[in-house]
Design a protein around this ligand. Structure first.
Ligand code: GLC
Length: 479
């Protein structure tokens, strides 16, 4: 029986701010299923004040102890619940985690150092020592560091292997090296391991100390070895290249399923595409767009930040709207300048453009189910889940060929033997390249026979966790 412990700062449905939470909400169960009873899969995450009461009520207290974080002695309660074949532990400390948001607090470094150390300490209190500790992103990076630097003299701990997964290299957890001792409670030998570019870099520490490092798509694992994508860490990743690999994420096929989804107006499958049109009509009514079924609806569902490619959208979207009859729906929050831009666009074309500056998972589903073309021109994209969700709900993805977008969406081609590909793609990060791909998708949409053939193919593309969960299992075994 393989014992796996995931250490992460978020997991659906308990707490999530983005793709990381989606992955941690579905991968552990997928791994338990793929192992067919031969894996004991557990997850540890913070017990956030924002977690819904329903889940809090389902938790029981497993153990309580104190954690020595540098000179501080902090209370740690461990709550526990079981869900879909996985045991979830929640690290409870009101002072650190009973806040209004998950991240962005002045003391995030201290909060996640406490979380990481508590996750390691927890093992001896619940008497569960995993074979593999699987840590995710900078918030959990210190769990690897503590395990290897502070606990390796204890037999049970020294046997634990580690996998560190990078979901986004942009956020590394960089602190003043002075804090290594005073705040994180690490000794001097940690400095040479963690120090990078004048900072104590938590992600670097985990990369160097982990037995294996993975990213969330094969392409991204190559990209981050180069300066353009590495946010400064390419030297380290090249030095550690032999332990680096990429495994493509999947999506939760039960949660995202147009055949059984109660959040959408009309359930449908690739065999009943006419019902997708009902979703389009319902959304047009809901958000106040012209009730037209004879023009394609484009959608963007994204954080509105630069690396999602919003600036090239801004450059070309007026052209597209002026020269075609498309409708456009944008759902997401982000940088003020982008929010303002989309609101102005809506003011100018009130019956054709809707700018919904919100984070709303059910509304997102209604948009996926309604739209015809899904736009995701990211400058960088470690994996990206939206293009997979859009595909599942029968929207044609238009993507830039980067990271997981490159690995999941291949260009549509017509051949004598039939069609290939599952979307429209472009390589250069330029507005005219995006516009070209959008126009190609729009013109295909008007050809009903071709459109239905492509959409059917897209909806049947396998973005479930099945294959990747097995790849993770093999990786754990290799450790
Ligand atoms: C991060 C990445 C995104 C990826 C997600 C889950 O949010 O930016 O590309 O899909 O993590 O791994």
């Amino acid at each position: 029986m393989q014992k796996i412990l995931f250490v992460a700062s978020e997991a659906m449905p308990f707490a999530a701010t983005g793709g990381l939470g989606d992955v941690l909400g579905s991968l552990p169960t997928a791994i338990a299923n793929a192992a067919e009873g031969n894996a004991d899969v557990r997850v540890v995450m913070p017990y956030y004040g924002t977690m819904s009461q329903e889940w809090k009520d389902r938790c029981e207290t497993a153990v309580e102890f104190y954690v020595d974080l540098s000179w501080r002695k902090q209370y740690c309660g461990v709550k526990k619940l079981e869900k879909d074949g996985v045991t979830y532990y929640f690290i409870d400390n009101e002072y650190y985690f009973n806040r209004k948001t998950l991240y962005g607090e002045f003391d995030d470094g201290e909060r996640f150092a406490f979380f990481s150390l508590a996750a390691i300490e927890m093992m001896r209190h619940i008497d569960f020592y995993p074979d593999v500790l699987h840590a995710h992103d900078w918030q959990s990076a210190l769990s690897v560091v503590y395990l290897k630097l502070k606990y390796s003299h204890i037999a049970e701990y020294s046997a634990i292997k580690t996998l560190f997964t990078i979901h986004n290299i942009e956020y590394q957890g960089k602190y003043d090296p002075y804090l290594l001792g005073g705040l994180f409670g690490l000794s001097n030998d940690a400095i040479s391991i963690m120090e990078y570019g004048g900072c104590a870099n938590l992600m670097k520490g985990a990369i160097v100390l982990s037995d294996k490092v993975s990213t969330v798509s094969p392409r991204y694992s190559e990209e981050i070895k180069g300066e353009e994508y590495s946010h400064g860490l390419h030297h380290i990743l090249n030095a550690e290249a032999d332990k680096l690999c990429g495994i493509l994420n999947g999506i939760d096929y039960d949660y995202y399923n147009p055949v059984s989804d109660n959040a959408i107006a009309s359930k449908f499958s690739w065999r009943s595409l006419a019902k997708k049109a009902i979703n389009k009509k319902a959304l047009q009514e809901e958000i106040g767009l012209d009730p037209r079924d004879d023009v394609p609806m484009l959608a963007i569902i994204s954080r509105l930040v630069a690396h999602k490619g919003i600036d090239i959208v801004r450059e070309c979207i007026y052209n597209v709207i002026e020269n075609t009859e498309v409708q456009l729906v944008i759902l997401g929050k982000g940088d003020a300048e982008y929010e303002r831009f989309f609101c102005e666009l809506q003011d100018r074309y009130p019956n054709r453009v809707k700018a919904l500056m919100a984070y709303d998972r059910n509304l997102a589903k209604r948009i996926y189910a309604a739209c015809d073309i899904f736009v995701m021109p990211s400058k960088s994209e470690p994996c990206g889940l939206s293009q997979m969700i859009a595909s599942r709900y029968g929207a044609i993805p238009v993507i830039r060929e980067t990271g997981g977008l490159y690995d999941s969406i291949k260009p549509y081609e017509e051949r004598s033997s039939g069609i290939s590909g599952n979307g429209f793609t472009f390589a250069d990060y330029r507005a005219d390249a995006l516009e070209g791909a959008l126009r190609a998708a729009i013109s295909l949409w008007y050809d009903t026979a071709k459109r239905e053939k492509l959409v059917g193919r897209i909806m049947r593309t396998d973005f479930s966790w099945k294959k990747s969960a097995l790849t993770y299992l093999r990786l754990y075994e290799s450790l």
